[in-house]
Design a protein around this ligand. Sequence first.
Ligand code: DX5
Ligand code: ZN
Length: 215
Amino acid sequence: MNCLSPSILSADYGKLAEEIERIDEAGAQYIHIDVMDGMFVPNITLGAPVVKSLRKYTDRILDVHLMIEEPDRYVEDFAKAGADIITVHAEACRHLDRTVAHIKELGTMAGVAINPATPIEVLRHVIDQVDMVLIMTVNPGYGGQKLIPYTLEKVTELRRILGERGIKLDIEVDGGITLDNVDQALIAGANIIVAGSAVFSGDAAANVEAFLTHM
Ligand code: DX5
Ligand code: ZN
């Protein structure tokens, strides 16, 4: 199933609850929460207490994207806070297999993300253990960047490999997705679409509805 996961990174942080209710009512199936530590990426955003507060305002899937070093230290906090999916970066994990197992033991769905320059080869041994792979379509850290075209080739290649191995897996794309290129991402084989600035500039509900017509 194709789903939209609006990224609240581009929302008004002073009104997060209202923003979430608005995109939930407009029909977004997931809510993408970007956690940045100022180390793995240059920016700092929010932590588990904020996820816990936001959990009260929606039953949609809370899709937590951890852009933090050694995320194993915090996955339990995010699981307890109510995250439905916890995605860690392969580049940030010394023991990726252990971290994925840890997330699953907590009863949460596990995702693994890779940066644009990271080859999909690093996913080879974990794709039958995870629930989702996140192919970054920009370098993580900021909203509002332009999609890097070669990243969609990685999506196509990963979908092909999954087909060959008979693995059903969600592929999420994140960064620079707009109404003008969302079809390309879907055709490449992504089925969960993150959109931040394209949703939260202007009327977020109308933008969600416009994206959903492509899904
Ligand atoms: C970037 C974040 C994204 C970001 C996407 O590091 O992981 O989720 O919010 O924003 P847009 O859609 O504006 O590129
Ligand atoms: Zn993200």
